[in-house]
Design a protein around this ligand. Structure first.
Ligand code: ATP
Ligand code: MG
Length: 762
């Protein structure tokens, strides 16, 4: 058989990994050395040479985008196609398992995924319900703690809190939150994994089935697996599965979210006979870029130590731009992008990478102004926008009346006269009688006496509106036989049915009406469209546009073979995609757009032209990491990830003054910038500047060059009619366009146009 397409394009070390005999392998190698390529070709090799059928292979990637790319690549490598092959993220795979085995996992069939924002709202209600002080137990932190426990595989009852009262209360919140989720049929992100893991442990027949099915496990970005994911792999591998993991300890950037880089070494201990293969040649970047990356990461201690070299060209030097402020930074970056597009025509080759989502706005404004198409990954994603979640909450309720998170959102958006007092009555009843809000509402209507007539009518109106909506979508015919039958499991093997007496309203709605029409119908019937049309708060129009776009997205939506295999109906599949993909943009990938994303989400990707922006102390590295050596090293790895995304050109920028948290702050260039050897750097447009203790390292040596035609001298004390007294610290432009930066004693730092500034020298 001709397998040259699998091995010809590989170097010796890569080929060794791809063609290795059966066993466990760890491919440990630096950025851009072909780890992902090796993993993909290994799958091709297993299939073509070892005759492993696609359905026996499970490949785990870090993002949905990466899964899509891997599958597309595999389609080319495997002549018979990838049907039956499982490629996905841990969350995606766990989700599919739970859909297939909802009964055995103790979930209602129509369970919904709770995203981070809804989770926090639910925790908030739980905290209030327990009569706790929100200031002492902020919902955000409580949710974070719950997720960490889940990531470690811990349930509330397994947590030892000893005598510590705060921990004890947090465990209590965790317990109450779990109850609330169970009643409402909701599953948060961390729960997906934990449930699926428990499913393995509690249902040996199911575990055995998957152990026999997935005999080949391949995991990309292994350095960022957390304790639960690692346990998951171990359990699934059992004694027969063969595990192939690839990773780079220098790119471990999710420690703050519980990832354990120690898993890399643990792997060698836990999997008998596991071999390590190292790759050392980088194929991605020019040698200047690679040298810069190496020189930054070298400062970290405790590395596993890998060499990385390239046969590639030296390439251009790294351009560094010191911007006056964040707007100037954005202007500069977009100018460069325009030049690049004019020369090469490809917007998608350009990526702007930043430390925090909030930084994207300035770049977006500039891109809009210049009519350059762009796409933001992360940030406030489409499916996380309030109006989109409002609309989806109606659909969720029609699918599952006990979804309390959806109930709380839909019940008063748009407002329909169901006040907080009414809701409190329902919440109390729900809590006391351990029922969902929907059940509490029904029960209050039929036998309660706490609500006044008007409130009752409003609640009744809401319930019947949802019922009518569900009716319009049409109830489902019974679904075909599920996986449990195929496995020979008894039908009633569910440990405890969360909703033993489902109400008549609890039946599942299925897509008789096409999905897009369901959504359109819900948007109109709920009054959401009218509400947002009338809404006078600023961007009402774009909210209505977003609702229209939701209908469009739904009309283009197609179930994947995995969805169908998991037995999802169209609505459930759509809602799950909305929740799971919220972290990665809008699902659709537009063709030729500038890419904007955080450094965290750039992992594994590459672009010909990369802008690393905001390299300032306090921003990157972040303020919190500066005080903690461990965190600082993680930030440095993030810098390494950022630099190594660039193939041909790298541009780094920092602003001398930046508006953060509502006030102007002076910022020093990031230490990571100082760690790049000066010989590799081209400073862009050295400019007027006074020597002030802004710069560290080599920047301190930059001599201040003064301009002759300035109206005032740099360093001069001045007074301004509104801002008071200050010192001129910097200047830009010339003649009528001269702008001055003045540090005012009370008003802070300001940029002023010299011609209009009414400054009086003192
Ligand atoms: P990261 O650590 O960033 O995830 P990686 O180690 O997974 O990087 P890949 O993304 O697999 O690296 O490869 C980096 C680039 O080098 C890709 O464009 C890939 O196609 C290319 N590449 C890898 N190996 C070779 C090779 N032997 N010959 C030519 N190009 C290669
Ligand atoms: Mg990779």
């Amino acid at each position: 058989m001709d397998v040259s397409h699998l091995i010809d394009s590989l170097n010796d070390a890569q080929r060794e990994a791809v063609c290795a005999p059966p066993g466990h392998y760890l491919v440990l190698a630096g950025a851009g050395s072909g780890k992902t390529r090796v993993l993909t070709h290994r799958i091709g090799w297993l299939n073509q040479v070892e005759h492993v059928p696609p359905w026996a292979i499970l490949a785990v990637t870090f993002t949905n985008k990466a899964s899509g790319e891997m599958r597309a690549r595999l389609e080319q490598l495997i002549p018979g196609g990838t049907q039956g092959l499982t490629v996905g993220t841990f969350h995606g795979i766990a989700h599919r398992l739970l859909r297939r085995h909802w009964r055995e996992a103790g979930l209602p069939e129509s369970f919904q995924i709770l995203d981070a924002d809804d989770q926090q709202r639910l925790v908030k209600r739980v905290v209030a319900g327990l009569g706790l002080d929100e200031a002492r137990f902020p919902p955000r932190q409580a949710a974070w703690q719950i997720n960490s426990w889940k990531d470690e595989g811990k349930r509330a009852e397994n947590i030892e809190h000893g005598q510590h009262p705060v921990t004890r209360t947090l465990v209590q919140i965790y317990q109450a939150y779990e109850d609330a989720c169970r009643r409402a049929g909701l599953v948060d992100f961390a729960e997906l994994l934990l449930r699926a893991h428990e499913l393995w442990l509690k249902q040996p027949a199911i575990l055995e089935h998957y152990q026999q099915r997935w005999r080949y496990l391949l995991i990309d970005e292994f350095q960022d697996t957390n304790a639960l994911q690692y346990a998951w792999i171990r359990v699934l591998a059992g004694s027969t599965g063969q595990v192939f993991v690839v990773g780079d300890d220098d790119q471990a950037i999710y420690g703050w979210r519980g990832a354990k880089v120690e898993n890399v070494q643990q792997f060698l201990r836990d999997f008998p006979g596991a071999r390590t293969i190292k790759l050392e040649q980088n194929y991605r970047s020019t040698s200047n870029i690679l040298k810069a990356a190496n020189s930054v990461i070298e400062r970290n201690g405790g590395r596993l130590g890998k060499q990385l070299w390239t046969a590639g060209e030296e390439g251009e030097r790294i351009a560094v731009y010191a911007a006056y402020n964040e707007q100037d930074e954005a202007r500069f970056v977009i100018e460069r992008i325009r030049e690049y597009i004019a020369e090469h025509g490809e917007a998608k080759d350009c990526a702007i990478l930043y430390r925090s989502n909030a930084q994207s706005r300035n770049f977006e404004e500039q891109l809009i102004q210049h009519d350059i198409p762009y796409r933001v990954y992360g940030g406030l994603r489409f499916f996380e926008r309030a109006e989109i979640k409002d609309a989806l909450s109606y659909l969720r309720l029609t699918a599952n009346r006990h979804d309390d998170a959806a109930f709380e959102r839909a019940v008063n958006t748009p407002p329909r006269g169901i006040g907080d007092r009414t809701l409190d009555v329902l919440r109390r009843r729900a809590r006391n009688e351990r029922m969902s809000m929907w059940e509490a509402a029904l029960s209050e209507l039929s036998m309660g006496n706490e609500l006044a007539g008007r409130a009752k009518n409003a609640v009744k109106g809401f319930l019947s509106m949802i019922d009518e909506m569900a009716h319009a979508f049409a109830p489902s015919p019974p679904r075909g036989e599920g996986w449990s039958e195929e496995l020979g499991l008894p039908k009633d093997s569910a440990p405890d049915n969360p909703s033993p007496n489902p109400l008549p309203g609890g039946e599942r709605a299925n897509a008789v009406l096409p999905l897009a029409e369901q959504i359109d119908h819900a948007i109109v019937q709920s009054g959401l469209r009218e509400f947002y049309e009338k809404d006078s708060r600023g961007n009402a129009e774009s909210r209505v546009e977003n609702l229209d776009e939701l209908v469009n997205v739904a009309s283009r939506f197609e179930m994947t073979p995995d969805d169908i295999e998991a037995g999802l109906n169209e609505l459930s599949a759509f809602l799950s995609h909305a929740a799971l993909e919220a972290g990665e943009g809008q699902g659709e990938s537009w063709d030729n757009c500038v890419q904007l994303m955080t450094l965290h989400s750039a992992k594994g990707l590459e672009f010909p032209l990369v802008f690393l922006v905001g390299l300032e102390e306090g921003l990157f590295p972040s303020q919190r990491s500066i005080e903690d050596e461990g965190r600082l090293e993680e930030e440095r790895r993030l810098a390494y990830v950022g630099i190594t995304r660039a193939r041909e050109r790298l541009v780094i920028s920092h602003a001398e003054s930046r508006r953060m948290h509502g006030s102007e702050m002076l910022a020093r260039p990031s230490r990571f910038l100082g760690e790049v050897p000066p010989s590799l750097v081209d400073e862009v447009r050295p400019r007027v500047q006074v020597s002030r203790p802004l710069y560290a390292g080599r920047f301190a040596a930059t001599p201040p060059s003064l301009k002759e035609d300035l109206p005032v001298k740099l360093g001069q004390r001045v007074s301004h009619p509104s801002f008071g007294e200050g010192v001129v610290v910097s200047a830009e432009g010339s003649g009528a366009h001269t702008r001055l930066q003045v540090n005012f004693e009370s008003a802070g730092s300001k940029w002023l146009v010299a011609a209009y500034a009414k400054l009086t020298p003192l």
